[in-house]
Design a protein around this ligand. Structure first.
Ligand SMILES: Nc1ncnc2c1ncn2[C@@H]1O[C@H](COP(=O)(O)OP(=O)(O)OP(=O)(O)O)[C@@H](O)[C@H]1O
Ligand SMILES: [Mg+2]
Length: 285
């Protein structure tokens, strides 16, 4: 399997199927089901430190294509740290270090020849608080592709992206208004449109609904469900109902360790670990 590590990052079409990856890591025992789908992101014995403090410890986890993978766990357990490591956003935090392996489509993302800018184009991110640029709706979506040298029709791309983010109908007559004139839920969908305009392969979402009301949350959840047809989605959430509603697989982290990962239904109905059980039943967290 490891010969693929020597290959440069290629288009998402050059996919690697891990039909049996239990052999390669002793931590694989966390995964009580061997996934048969295509692995897009894989961590192997991944440890992430801030200085000497290990915020994520020895995590081995597969994230599968066209699924929504939820990462749940109490505050401070390392969810955002793990998420940010996937597209090397953690490098913006001084003092972080990474040990172990993190593979994107079979390629080690922390190799010196992996271009983090290109990696982040393929693995986009949506943050907790909507963070549109202080520009028009149109420019928010068009800016990324333009600086990446997009050669197609930019108006078409903006329309397509806004449609994918289920925002087009609400903004099509005011594309040149400021993004700040949108509601919080609309701004979050704009940020999703901005991410999908770069035609990524994976979307990382860190509590994308935590600043939103229940109606806006429901819209984003519907959207996440639709987005997985095109993308692989990784969703960090505090909201267990949300994880249960929208995700296919759920990983439970506790104090930096991966306690359990399985299909979402199993995690919420028959968890294999007492700590998972205690967390999902609200005994702590
Ligand atoms: N920049 C940093 N420097 C030092 N320690 C950090 C830094 N960022 C996070 N940590 C620590 O790493 C641990 C994991 O933090 P992280 O933000 O990943 O948790 P989280 O699970 O996302 O929490 P929350 O649910 O509150 O967002 C915490 O103990 C936190 O204090
Ligand atoms: Mg967090």
């Amino acid at each position: 399997m490891n010969q693929v590590l020597d290959q440069p990052i290629r288009s998402p079409k050059s996919q690697i199927v891990h039909s049996d990856h239990r052999e390669s890591s002793p931590r694989e025992s966390h995964q009580s089901h061997t996934p048969t789908s295509e692995v897009v992101v894989r961590t192997e014995d991944l440890t992430i430190r801030y200085g000497n403090f290990a915020a994520v410890r020895n995590v081995t986890l597969d994230l599968l294509a066209h699924q929504v993978s939820a990462i749940i766990g109490p505050s401070g357990c390392g969810k955002s740290t793990l998420l940010r490591a996937i597209n090397r956003m953690n490098e913006f935090v001084p003092g972080t270090s990474v040990e172990g392996r993190l593979l994107y489509r079979g390629r080690h993302v922390y190799d010196s020849d992996c271009d983090p800018v290109e990696l982040r184009r393929r693995i986009g991110m949506v943050f907790q608080k909507p963070n549109p640029f202080p520009k028009s709706i149109f420019k928010n979506v068009a800016w990324g592709p333009m600086i990446n040298g997009y050669r197609g029709n930019i108006g078409d791309l903006v329309e397509r992206s806004l449609k994918q983010a289920a925002l087009w109908d609400e903004v099509k007559d005011k594309l040149h208004d400021s993004a700040y004139a949108l509601s919080g839920g609309q701004q979050q969908r704009l940020c999703i449109a901005r991410a999908v305009a770069l035609e990524p392969d994976v979307l990382l979402m860190d509590e994308p609904c935590s600043a939103l009301d229940p109606i806006a949350t429901a819209r984003i959840e519907d959207l996440i469900d639709a987005l997985k047809k095109r993308y692989t989605v990784v969703l960090v959430t505090h909201n267990m109902q949300q994880a249960a509603r929208v995700s296919d697989r759920t990983a439970f982290l506790y104090m930096g360790e991966l306690i359990e990962v399985n299909d979402t239904n199993t995690i919420f109905t028959k968890p294999g670990n007492q700590r998972t059980q205690d967390y999902i039943t609200g005994r702590f967290g």
